[in-house]
Design a protein. Structure first.
Length: 202
């Protein structure tokens, strides 16, 4: 079986059996029949929210579910102890340029397989990339460099990353570029493009 087929099978099951199921439970709680005391309490509280607050809560729930799946997949991308294998023994992280990145974009798993789309996903993806890089850099620069290189390796992630370059502290970007190019010139083209954007936005 081709690697694209393996990833599609995994992506479809993940989205439909995990993401959509979790979101359907949330929708059922606030919109469906309240058959327990706790659900009645939640439904009543939701009904009393303003339209704006309801929209904000919906976005927060969608974001929390998507970020949980995103970081779960990202763990398997970088873990040396745990892997996701298909029945034929294929390591899914090795079949993909970035498992967490498979979720998004116009031909990503959410767009293809989910019954619950979100118009805010592109912005949330951008914010999650910033969070990953800045937070990891503050913990350990080597970990941030690893994430940075994964981003450069994935076309969709890199395109999203270019849009949020102004949101990342310049000193962090400069350090990551220096660390990346000090080992190899493989990503020189992408790094030069980042530096050009930095100059234009400064």
């Amino acid at each position: 079986m081709k690697k694209e087929q393996v990833l599609e099978i995994f992506g479809q099951e993940l989205i439909q059996e995990v993401r959509d199921y979790a979101l359907s439970q949330f929708k059922n709680t606030i919109e469906g029949e309240a058959n327990t005391k706790e659900r009645k309490k939640i439904k009543e509280a939701y009904r009393n929210l303003s339209g704006e607050d309801k929209e904000l809560l919906n976005r927060m729930v969608f974001d929390s579910v998507d970020r949980t799946i995103h970081y779960f997949l990202w763990m398997f991308e970088r873990s040396d102890n745990f892997k996701i294998h298909f029945v034929d023994g294929s390591n899914l992280a090795e079949l993909s340029d970035g498992l967490s990145g498979e979720l998004y974009t116009d031909d990503g798993w959410i767009k293809k397989f989910s019954n619950y789309q979100s118009s805010e996903r592109s912005q949330e993806v951008k914010e999650s990339i910033v969070d990953e890089i800045v937070d990891s850099f503050n913990r350990t620069p080597e970990e941030a460099k690893r994430i940075f290189i994964l981003t450069l390796n994935n076309k969709e992630k890199f395109n999203a990353f270019k849009l949020i370059i102004p949101n990342i502290p310049p000193n962090i970007l400069e350090s990551l570029i220096e660390m990346t190019l000090s080992r190899s010139s493989f990503h020189k083209e992408e790094c030069e493009e980042i530096k050009k954007i930095m100059r234009e936005k400064s």
